[in-house]
Design a protein around this ligand. Structure first.
Ligand code: NAD
Length: 253
């Protein structure tokens, strides 16, 4: 028994990509999801909720910009208010921007860290505060923040590396309360973020990159989602403060 059935999760950035795939994976495991979405996101969170309902699950979408601590607190309070408990929080929301060093103004740097690092802190802080019977936290980092250099993305890399330090610290700090904290490190995954030509590889770049990955292809959002689901299940009951690389062998070749 993976212990997931009947649990309640909050997921930031739940309208698209990995977050949307995670809500569907949770639905198949009997987990109710409260999906935070960016109010300016072109992706309709109703589509993510429809995926969950098609899988026989339950989900609610709530506007929650992770740069606003009150909105994040409200997201968590919606989960406990509507469903009576909170067991899982997944800090998945993130942005990716291309910025060579000469164009890396303080403003660009701060905007990135505000979403991709402090945004993670905001969710995990609110969620841990609401957990009454232990729980599981996961943050989505990146190979760029752990084990893989990526030029023109230093702010993204720094934020994602910061997430790993945050998770190690919380793993230790929250263990006495029965709360585990782990990170996933996705490699190249086909999602709206990586399909964005301006800031990431774009469709042609992604297709070309597949050949350089030992698995012979880029990853799918649901492959990261299932790794997150594992880390938040009782199958990972003795795993905390760790990160799990999900990259088809890209960084060990
Ligand atoms: P995505 O763009 O589909 O998902 C990111 C989500 O975050 C979107 O729904 C977006 O609206 C949301 N978001 C952005 N800013 C926000 C804010 N201020 N408040 C709330 N939500 C906000 O792409 P994805 O690939 O599914 O990204 C999910 C996570 O995975 C991100 O943290 C990303 O950095 C990370 N990641 C992705 C890849 C990849 O190859 N796709 C690789 C490594 C890490």
């Amino acid at each position: 028994d993976d212990g997931l059935a009947g649990k309640v999760a909050v997921i930031t950035g739940g309208a698209s990509g990995i977050g949307r795939a995670l809500a569907a994976a949770y639905a198949r495991a009997g987990v109710t999801s409260v999906l935070g979405y960016h109010p300016g996101d072109p992706h309709d969170p109703a589509a993510a909720v429809a995926d969950v309902e098609a899988a026989g699950g339950r989900a609610l979408a709530v506007a929650a910009d992770v740069t606003d601590p009150r909105a994040v607190q409200n997201l968590v309070e919606t989960a406990t208010g509507e469903f009576g408990r909170l067991d899982i929080a997944v800090a998945n929301a993130g942005i990716l921007r291309r910025a060579p060093l000469a164009e890396m103004t303080d403003e660009r740097w701060d905007d990135m860290l505000n979403v991709d690092l402090t945004g993670v802190l905001r969710l995990l802080r609110s969620a841990a505060g609401a957990m009454r019977e232990g729980g599981a936290l996961v943050a989505v980092s990146s190979i760029a923040g752990g084990v893989y250099g990526w030029g023109d993305h230093a702010h993204y890399a720094a934020a994602k590396a910061g997430v790993l330090g945050l998770i190690r610290s919380l793993g230790v700090e929250l263990a006495p309360r029965g709360i585990r904290a782990n990170a996933v490190i996705p490699g190249l995954i086909e999602t709206p973020q990586s399909l964005d030509e301006e800031n990431s590889l774009g469709p042609a770049g992604l297709a070309a990159a597949g050949g350089g990955i030992p698995a012979g292809r880029v990853g799918r959002a649901d492959e990261v989602a299932r790794a997150i689901r594992f880390l938040t299940s009782d199958d990972a009951s003795y795993i905390t403060g760790q990160h799990l690389v999900v990259d088809g062998g890209l960084t060990v070749r």
